[in-house]
Design a protein around this ligand. Structure first.
Ligand SMILES: Cc1ncc(COP(=O)(O)O)c(C=O)c1O
Length: 452
């Protein structure tokens, strides 16, 4: 549709004319907040070192600029006759197409905009055909471990190698009764950063007539995720971990189970026709396309930002981003290796392929106090706790399956010997100095000890 406004959708702009170029060079990509100063408990202030990308990554400057350029033209989606409503509707659908391209969607696949990965996986759980058996490793983030609880679920023990993961899944699927089956697996662990053998797991699933959904919340910000190439049936991800913190996520993949089920949310947008019945009730005819599971007013800014992030990352090039990240990871691991009190948590061992996520414990330190000391004395933001992956943390820490430890335990009241760890995570916007500062800080704090 031709628009007389001067607004040009992002796809029509060249990166050369952008205020912040996303191509070339080996430096970090510009992100918002890169110059924010924070106070230190020891006095003075320092530039904030955001090392908690796995929780929420800062917005790419490029995403912010694209959103700012669009914001004056913002309008309702799929429900307005006005010019800006028409423009927003077109941009919303263009964003869907851009995300589909980014994720290597196949002919007939659907891209449904959701709130985030948790929402996407709960949506998929709500459309599983009756009698579906779900297979999930105990190592999953709670977002991919828990949504299936209304179905038959087989929980698989933590594997110690990628090959063991495939073998474990194969034998569980082999022993399973006939009927629809779904495997849910995380592409990269939010605790260890280790990359899972998604393609091999998908092949194993398909050999046994099962489907596979990939939780790409942590993989997509670091590596290309291509449904066709991975042979996965669905993928779920979150915009706020993909440098687009505007409240949108995605579930993309096969349409049949989505179309065959009742809408995830009932309401306007999902309904094609609603009529009163003679007996006084109401009949509804639901949409069959993506609208079926997108009831309510769509989050067009969130979708637009997500698409902008997909474009920016593709233009920057994952090969370059991954190479840079590997260099930072090597630096971090080498630095921590010099701390005799530090133990890095790992399922697959030191040689495993991993993204920029690493968890560790330091002997003599409660992890929550260590995280607080990193913040107070060095201006570093990391996360501590069990990272919404309680069973995995218990495996990694060698704790009993029912050992205490809970999400969101207050930081100012850490328990002696509490079950938790510190997580460092970084990505496309992380300067070398942040990683170096963390290593120096951990080395100093480990030497000093918590009581020091
Ligand atoms: C691997 C993994 N899956 C799912 C989620 C849930 O993502 P969200 O909180 O964006 O729904 C997270 C969040 O940390 C995650 O790390």
């Amino acid at each position: 549709m031709p628009f007389s406004t001067s607004f040009a959708p992002i796809s029509h702009r060249t990166s050369a004319s952008d205020p912040v170029s996303c191509t070339g060079g080996d430096g970090p990509l510009p992100v918002l907040g890169r110059d924010v100063r924070v106070p230190l408990a020891t006095g003075g202030e320092v530039t904030y070192a955001a090392l908690d990308y796995a929780a929420s990554a800062p917005a790419l400057q490029r995403v912010w600029d694209d959103v700012a350029a669009y914001a004056p033209y913002y309008g309702s989606v799929h429900r307005g006759a006005g010019h800006l409503s028409q423009l927003s509707t077109e941009l919303f659908e263009q964003s869907r197409a851009a995300v589909a391209e980014f994720l290597g969607c196949r002919e007939g696949d659907q891209v449904v905009f959701t709130r985030a990965t948790t929402d996407s996986l709960n949506l998929l759980a709500s459309v599983l055909p009756r009698g579906t058996r779900v297979f999930v490793f105990e190592t999953e983030h709670h977002a991919s471990l828990l949504p299936w609880r209304g179905h038959e679920v087989t929980y698989l023990d933590a594997p110690r190698t990628p090959q063991q993961a495939v073998a474990t899944l194969e034998s569980a699927l082999h022993a399973a009764p006939r009927g629809p089956k779904l495997v849910c697996v995380t592409g990269a662990s939010n605790v260890t950063g280790e990359i899972w053998p998604v393609r091999e797991l998908a092949r194993a699933a398909h050999r046994h007539g099962a489907r596979l959904v990939l939780d790409a919340a942590q993989l997509a910000p670091h590596r290309p995720v291509d449904l066709r190439e991975l042979d996965a049936d669905w993928v779920a991800l979150s915009g706020h971990k993909l440098y687009a913190p505007f409240g949108a996520g995605v579930l993309a993949g096969r349409a049949d189970w989505l179309t065959g089920a009742e809408p995830y949310l009932a309401g306007g947008g999902a309904s094609r026709r609603v009529v009163r019945r003679p007996d006084g009730g109401v009949d509804v005819e639901w949409h069959t396309g993506t609208a079926r599971h997108e009831a309510g007013s769509p989050n067009v800014i969130g979708a637009y930002a997500l698409a902008a992030a997909c474009r920016a990352l593709s233009e920057a090039g994952f090969a370059r981003l991954a190479a840079r990240e590997e260099r930072l990871l090597a630096r971090l691991r080498a630095g921590l290796a010099e701390v005799p009190q530090a133990r890095v948590l790992s399922l697959f061992g030191a040689d495993a392929d991993r993204v920029g996520v690493l968890s560790f414990v330091v002997e003599g330190w409660d992890s929550s106090r260590l995280a607080a000391a990193l913040a107070d004395s060095y201006g570093i933001g990391v996360r501590d706790g069990l990272f919404c992956a309680h069973p995995l943390l218990r495996v990694l820490l060698g704790a009993d399956a029912d050992a205490s430890g809970e999400c969101g335990a207050p930081q100012d009241a850490p328990r002696e010997g509490a079950l938790d760890a510190v997580r460092v995570s970084f990505g496309a916007g992380t300067p070398d100095e942040h990683v170096d500062r963390l290593v120096t800080a951990v080395q100093a704090l480990a030497r000093r000890g918590e009581r020091g």
